[in-house]
Design a protein around this ligand. Structure first.
Ligand code: FAD
Ligand code: DLZ
Ligand code: SF4
Length: 508
């Protein structure tokens, strides 16, 4: 009996577990562009285009390698509209009940596949450094899960940047070298983009027709859509940007959207690049003195540290994780997140960049949009859906822990020891946004005061019971307590006025 081999849109790796289990001479690979996956959130059009174009090219490369592939296009009249629906349709067509797949990166789809009236076997997705069992072994019995200790295990396991049992250069982490602000005239290499080929053009037409109202620009689509292109992006990054990646990792510039970032997260997440190979390439660049240790270590930590850690948390915490709301935040996402006018230059710039590129780098996501959402008490579920829809690299296993855990503290501290909040000061130090803002970052009270300055204290006061005994936050409460009563009352009143104006739909 033929077995159906399911390959999802973020499983585009030739050695994905399901393909390794299959028999090329007999089995049928099933791939499908389906409405359910394209609409579970209103994805950015560039994200849909990337996934569909990469799926089409991957299907062709499988056929060239000798696989039989049943590929369903989105506009196929027989398309049932969902992954389970397509499996049922193919099962009936080919008289089979057997399906092998690779465990999806989202509980929603795992549950849907496990509930199917077919014999579905889901293999562990082993395109990661740590297996689920390894993460569980590391996490079990620990009072707190902190990325740094997990990361050291991953360094030991992979031998990356290791000098025997010791970290290369004598330190595990070079982060304190990595906090340099950037000046507006900083020269940064342009990213490597690709002219749309026939496949991409066809997909762009489809996306334009089918998703005309989704937030995000489709014009100047330049993402890599196959393995060779993704590898060229990696080469380009290592040759041109890696040496300064560490130094300017946290900097933000209005006219320089990508700085020294790699722009490879989407390719890693859909399977066009392999994380360990990427890290070995970066390690080699360091060994050949083409990149300093702070850059190589900082970069490798993002991949074998943060990326693996967030995945471990997502699967450990289970399907209920996305419903968490530990701080009981419930304000609606204001329209500025969807491009409506705002007087905050930082928010305007990051949202505009997000709309144009489907990309913002980590600090823009964490310390501008995320920081604002947390300080303003926005509903974490709406924040999560926003991040899941607007970024080209957004898949729930990686997006949800970053958004709900790291950025919104909605999991109550499973992920982070303290909330990532800051006043306007931090944004001013790390960016060039404040110079052109209608608000004044120097003002701490009054109608011109930077909203981050007001909301920062409003947040701390709202959550005093939870955070004042946190040793990493006690100093902030002491600073607050030292202010005059009049000053404190004015800050809170101004913050409240700002939130009310925002709630009432005013341009703030
Ligand atoms: P670089 O800055 O060049 O970093 C290199 C690589 O490290 C990235 O490609 C990525 O694979 C990895 N990496 C870095 N930080 C993280 C992290 N915190 N978690 C996981 N991997 C990391 N990343 C996603 O891949 N998908 C998401 O949906 C996503 N959502 C996020 C939401 C929020 C609120 C925050 C704060 C961060 C989120 N991140 C997400 C992490 C990070 O912002 C992106 O991985 C990064 O910006 C991608 O751009 P880059 O490839 O240029 O990364
Ligand atoms: C993101 C995405 C989109 C937009 N479309 C499809 C699709 O049509 N078919 C498919 O197999 N996968 C798609 N994906 C990726 C899935 O949503 C992803 O596999 C799950 O969210 C699990 O990570
Ligand atoms: Fe953002 Fe405040 Fe700076 Fe304006 S002044 S750009 S709101 S941090």
């Amino acid at each position: 009996m033929v077995t159906l081999v399911l390959v999802l849109g973020d499983q585009l790796s030739p050695d994905i577990a399901a393909l390794r289990q299959a028999d090329q001479s007999e089995d049928l690979v099933v791939m499908a562009e389906v409405a359910a996956e394209a609409t579970y959130v209103r994805h950015h059009p560039k994200k849909i285009a990337l996934v569909f174009a990469a799926m089409r090219k991957f299907a062709r490369s499988l056929e060239a390698d000798g696989w039989n592939v049943a590929y369903t296009r989105l506009d196929d009249p027989l398309n049932s509209g969902s992954i389970p629906g397509e499996l049922l349709r193919r099962a009936e067509e080919h008289g089979t009940r057997k399906v092998i797949g690779t465990r999806p990166g989202e509980w929603r789809l795992i549950e849907a596949l496990e509930d199917m009236p077919l014999e579905v076997v889901l293999n562990e997705d082993d395109r990661f450094v740590a297996s689920h069992a390894e993460f569980e072994r590391w996490a079990d019995g620990r009072k707190q899960l902190r990325m740094e200790y997990f990361y050291r295990e991953m360094r030991r396991k992979t031998g990356l940047l290791m000098d025997g049992c010791e970290p290369a250069g004598g330190k595990w982490n070079y982060d304190h070298d990595n906090r340099k602000p950037a000046s507006s005239d900083l020269f940064a290499p342009a990213p490597l983009w690709f002219e749309p080929d026939d496949t991409v053009r066809e997909v762009l037409d489809l996306v334009l027709r089918q998703f005309p109202d989704n937030f995000g620009a489709l014009s100047s689509f330049g993402y890599a859509t196959d393995r060779a292109q993704a590898e060229a992006v990696l080469d380009h990054f290592i040759d041109n940007a890696l040496p300064r990646f560490g130094d300017f990792q946290d900097a933000m510039l209005m006219e320089n959207r990508f700085l020294y970032h790699a722009l490879i997260s989407a390719y890693l997440n859909i399977g066009l690049l392999d994380p360990l190979t990427v890290c070995r390439r970066v390690e080699t660049a360091w060994k050949e003195v083409r990149a300093p240790i702070n850059a190589a270590e900082g970069f490798i930590r993002q991949i074998i540290g943060w990326r693996e850690f967030v995945r471990g948390i997502y699967f450990r915490e289970g399907p209920g994780y996305t419903q968490r709301n530990a701080l009981d935040h419930n304000r609606d996402l204001p329209p500025m997140f969807w491009g409506a006018e705002t007087k905050m230059a930082c928010m305007e710039s990051v949202v505009r960049q997000t709309r144009d590129e489907a990309y913002a780098h980590h600090i823009q996501r964490l310390m501008v949009t995320g920081n604002f959402a947390l300080l303003a008490g926005l509903d974490p579920m709406q924040v999560h859906e926003w991040y899941l829809s607007v970024y080209v690299d957004a898949f729930e296993w990686v997006e949800a822990p970053n958004t709900l855990g790291m950025s919104q503290f909605a999991d109550g501290g499973v992920f982070a020891s303290k909330p990532y909040v800051s006043s306007g000061n931090y944004i001013n130090r790390m960016s060039d946004y404040c110079g052109s803002c209608s608000y004044s970052v120097k003002d701490k009270t009054g109608h011109q005061a930077c909203p981050f300055n007001l909301l920062y204290w409003h947040f701390l006061v709202r959550h005093r019971n939870r955070f004042e005994r946190n040793p990493r936050m006690a100093q902030m409460y002491r600073t607050w307590d030292r202010m005059t009563e009049h000053r404190r009352a004015t800050v809170l009143e101004n913050a409240q006025e700002f939130l009310e104006e925002m709630n009432n739909g005013a341009c703030v």
